[in-house]
Design a protein around this ligand. Structure first.
Ligand code: COA
Length: 219
């Protein structure tokens, strides 16, 4: 996503705990429960300061596999490229309209009818509340309903338990283990290849609708 360049002076500003990062911090309402509405929106250039700050957070940087030192300029360039690229559908994750992260389909291959998914809930305070799962389901809706793809796949390192649990909850299966594929703090660890087919997504969507309706007025 970003490539090497020395850290810019404004890097300090956006560092976790720094003034920019604090000002953008997501503050959940009502204990950040299922009450919060999760939606997807376009990624705009105005999102670049928040996105840049998240790239400096080790939880995002390490797990997403960002290779080089991020800069605000490179973050802006990434947004411009992603918006133009026909093989990319990058969306902002919004919680009650507040920007908290990104979910991305890239390597969209219309011939093979498949794409790769990646996600990060950048605002640390917004993690672990079901927002990731809801955002993944929404982008799968884009993949299978809007783009009419047949398969979405991703890779995740084997120690990222929260991400793996999120993908499993959304219907992904582990299709393979790539041994020693991911470099985590200098250690080579396994990476899982996970995927979901449109037929599986359709079935899970039906089950969710049935589950939601079966609770209506029955007691
Ligand atoms: C991974 C990520 C997108 C998940 O989104 P989230 O909103 O934090 O996660 P959710 O609250 O939707 O779901 C978390 C699930 O993981 C489970 N979980 C949390 N920590 C876990 C752990 N260490 N091991 C296993 N499961 C774990 C939770 O119990 C929950 O499952 P449940 O709803 O069935 O109880 C988010 O944490 C994130 O952006 N992390 C940093 C970047 C990253 O890792 N991106 C993915 C790269 S592949």
């Amino acid at each position: 996503m970003v490539t090497g360049q020395p850290p810019s002076p404004d890097a300090q500003l956006g560092k976790p705990g720094g003034p920019l990062h604090r000002s953008l911090c997501f503050r959940p309402r009502m204990g950040a429960s299922a009450m919060n509405e999760v939606s997807l929106g376009a990624i705009e250039l105005e999102h670049s300061p928040a996105m840049y700050a998240w790239m400096l957070d080790d939880e995002v940087r390490v797990n997403v596999g960002v290779r080089a030192v991020p800069t605000l300029e490179r973050t802006r360039e990434w947004i411009v490229r992603a918006r133009k690229d026909e093989a990319t559908e990058a969306r902002a994750i919004l919680v009650d309209g507040v920007y908290v992260g990104n979910v991305i389909l890239d390597q969209i291959d219309r011939h093979a009818s498949k794409a790769r998914l990646s996600i990060y809930v950048g605002e640390a305070s917004a993690r672990g509340q079901g927002i990731g799962q809801r955002a993944v389901r929404l982008i799968l809706g884009v993949a299978f309903r809007e783009l009419n793809l047949a398969k979405v796949a991703l890779t995740v390192h084997a120690r990222n338990g929260r991400a793996i649990a999120t993908y499993i909850a959304c219907g992904f299966s582990v299709e393979g283990v790539h041994r020693g594929e991911f470099l985590l703090d200098g250690e080579r660890i396994a990476e899982l290849y996970m995927g979901i087919l449109r037929s599986e997504f359709d079935r899970l969507s039906e089950l969710r609708v049935i589950g939601e309706n079966s609770g209506d007025g029955s007691d």
